[in-house]
Design a protein. Structure first.
Length: 302
């Protein structure tokens, strides 16, 4: 009757102990206690029914059985290691693919990305942009940063932002040569609208009691980053999200001409498919961005 195979950790301990011919040194390499290594070797010898090491006053020496068994074990471990790396290493080393809202990447993530790379220099990243969320196409990214209500089917979503809607413009508008000084003066401005956002200019004007107002002109965009850049060029007033425009306001490219702001119900979310096997580095990015969000929120509210 064939003997059952010994546990792999026992065989690994045998290989390392045979290399050092010392249980204490083997224990250090294996991050175990000397007693644990000695116990594993005794268990292996008991299961095999023979002695593998001679215990000498100043170390160890392999028995004839140990000398015969060692090459087989080393070859098997080496082959398993090579096969594991060949089959699964490409998964571990492939870039972590993140599909990110273009405005969130440009106005928030790009400003902080150096800190992630410093903390995780061995993690390769690949970014793609999402303008409109496609519920069906969820397999081309390991994680996404989406804007909405966080209720996408088949996705685990964690909220990243708690924004306020803030009108922003350049310090000097091309038609007024100055920013508007009141909400009523928005009727003389070009309003920059972004398609796909539930909470746009109509929502903001209704909330502030100016739902009846008509602007001098309107321009529509399919991305918020386009509207914000147009506003920075003095061509109109955009409706920014507080977490995204703070950098442009701090640099002086944009100003917030009014004190009025409206809390949003929409937000940016970190989303990942429920059924997809996670990338080995996905959790590192998740923990990092949640920590960054927490730090940023504390700075804004502190």
């Amino acid at each position: 009757m064939k003997k059952r195979l010994p546990p792999l950790n026992w065989l690994h301990s045998f290989d390392v102990a045979a290399r050092h011919l010392n249980f204490t040194q083997a224990a250090t390499e294996l991050n175990l206690t000397q007693a644990a290594v000695s116990q594993q070797i005794r268990g292996l010898e008991s299961q095999l029914g023979c002695t593998l090491f001679k215990r000498l006053p100043r170390g160890l020496e392999l028995t004839d059985s140990g000398l015969a068994y060692l090459p087989v074990i080393r070859d098997s471990i080496a082959r398993m290691s090579a096969a594991t790396d060949e089959i699964f290493g490409q998964i571990r080393h492939r870039p972590l693919t993140l599909k990110v809202s273009l405005v969130f990447y440009t106005c928030w993530l790009a400003l902080r990305l150096a800190r992630f790379r410093e903390a995780h220099p061995n993690i390769s990243l690949r970014f793609t942009s999402n303008i409109w969320v496609n519920e069906v196409d969820q397999k081309d990214a390991d994680m996404e940063i989406r804007y909405g209500h966080g209720d996408w089917q088949g996705m685990i979503c964690e909220r990243l932002t708690w924004d306020r809607l803030i009108p922003v413009c350049a310090p000097k508008l091309s038609n007024l040569q100055r920013p508007p000084v009141s909400i009523k003066e928005l009727s003389q401005c070009t309003l920059l609208h972004v398609l796909g956002y539930e909470e746009g200019w109509g929502h903001w004007l209704n909330k502030t009691g100016y739902g009846h107002m008509e602007a001098a002109s309107n321009i529509q965009f399919d991305t918020l980053i386009s509207a914000l850049e147009t506003a920075a060029q003095g061509e109109g007033v955009a409706l920014g999200r507080s977490s995204l425009v703070e950098g442009m306001i701090a640099s002086g490219r944009l100003i917030s001409p009014f004190e009025h702001s409206i809390e949003t119900s929409e937000a940016f979310y970190l989303a990942r498919p429920i059924k997809q096997h996670p990338h080995p580095n996905a959790e590192a990015f998740r923990q990092w961005i949640l920590q960054e969000i927490g730090t940023n929120t504390a700075q804004l509210t502190g």
